[in-house]
Design a protein around this ligand. Structure first.
Ligand SMILES: NC(=O)c1ccc[n+]([C@@H]2O[C@H](COP(=O)([O-])OP(=O)(O)OC[C@H]3O[C@@H](n4cnc5c(N)ncnc54)[C@H](OP(=O)(O)O)[C@@H]3O)[C@@H](O)[C@H]2O)c1
Length: 298
């Protein structure tokens, strides 16, 4: 079994590596040696030739954690974001299809416009409202067209981890520097601890329903449980870390960003729970786990 994981230096890629390296046997007779983790040095998704050259190697499963993830910068770099999030995904799908490999691809809650008041279902119609999300949706569509079977798209939201820059690390540094900050309270969703998503992905690849040949390509939603605003999220981070910093609620209009964000990006996770028997933790308990790990690393 050869399992390729792209984006080895990103939040999700590193979270998968951590679990794989800690386990001598992942399950279904898989061992850490079955996994190959690659970064842009080995496989540059902004270059068509780098992708085709790299795939002289053959794989059984490809887990694509790499992406152009800078939501605001994508407004200025739409072409680069489109190459990585759309055209490279199209190329990966065609390679996976030729190699008869299964492909797991990660997408985003931001494919929705956020106008619904209910948690989004996988069958709801996407309507992206910024450049990043348009490229992510284009990647999903290309993948589904090229691989009508044997692929799986997992949409996740508000990803954070003990690695790299994310909302938790930003709040922790701001909280240390300032007495008060302003955070938007009119965008609702659910954070996702990358270690939880990594575990879910590793559960899925062990699952009989994933292993069965010629499964129709499906979309699944995954985040932690709960529904909060960024403002509540910031307050909880400070509460756990006992940081004295006032969090002032502001509207998205009062805090304009280059890229528009959906007002509601909460996703319904019933499908992934039912099909793959995935247990989903509440956002607060996972946030506590991440902050405890960060504390140990200091
Ligand atoms: N972060 C979020 O809040 C969020 C929310 C919803 C969905 N998602 C999706 O979840 C997935 C994982 O996100 P993440 O937070 O783990 O992302 P991340 O931490 O930003 O990592 C993305 C990885 O992609 C790599 N990458 C970027 N351009 C590349 C290129 N041209 N060639 C090869 N690799 C390249 C980066 O490499 P370098 O390290 O070399 O830069 C980085 O390691 C992505 O599909 C993302 O769209 C994320």
């Amino acid at each position: 079994m050869r399992i390729l994981v792209t984006g080895k230096n990103g939040q999700l890629g590193r979270s998968i590596q951590k679990i794989v390296n800690a386990d001598t046997k992942i399950g279904n007779n898989q061992s850490p040696n079955d996994f190959i983790f690659v970064g842009r040095e080995e496989l540059n998704l902004s270059s068509e030739s780098s992708i085709s050259d790299y795939f002289n190697n053959k794989f059984d499963i490809i887990i694509n954690c790499a992406a152009y993830t800078q939501v605001d910068k994508a407004e200025q770099e739409a072409e680069l974001a489109n190459q990585i999030n759309h055209l490279a995904v199209k190329q990966l799908a065609s390679i996976a299809s030729n190699q008869r490999a299964k492909l797991i691809h990660i997408s985003t809650d931001y494919v929705f416009d956020g106008e619904s008041n209910k948690p989004y279902l996988e069958t709801d119609t996407p309507n992206p409202i910024n450049a990043y999300s348009r490229t992510k949706l284009a990647g999903e569509s290309a993948l589904k067209e090229i691989m009508p079977t044997n692929a799986l798209i997992i949409r996740t939201s508000w990803l954070y981890s003990e690695y790299g820059n994310n909302f938790v690390s930003t709040m922790l540094s701001l909280g240390r520097e300032r007495d008060e900050i302003s955070v938007v309270n009119d965008q609702m969703g659910s954070p996702t601890y990358a270690a939880d998503l990594a575990e879910a992905i590793l559960e899925i690849i062990k699952h009989k329903k994933f292993r069965d040949l010629a499964q129709t390509t499906q979309i699944y939603h995954y985040s932690n449980e709960g529904r909060i605003s960024w403002h509540e999220y910031a307050k909880e981070i400070f509460k756990i870390k006992k940081i004295e910093c006032e969090v002032n609620p502001v509207t998205s209009q009062q805090y304009p960003m280059p890229a528009k964000r959906p007002r509601n990006s909460l996703m319904n996770k019933d499908k992934i729970v039912k099909v793959f028997n995935i247990k989903i933790s509440n956002w607060k308990s996972s946030l506590n786990t991440c902050i405890t790990i960060l504390k140990k690393q200091q």
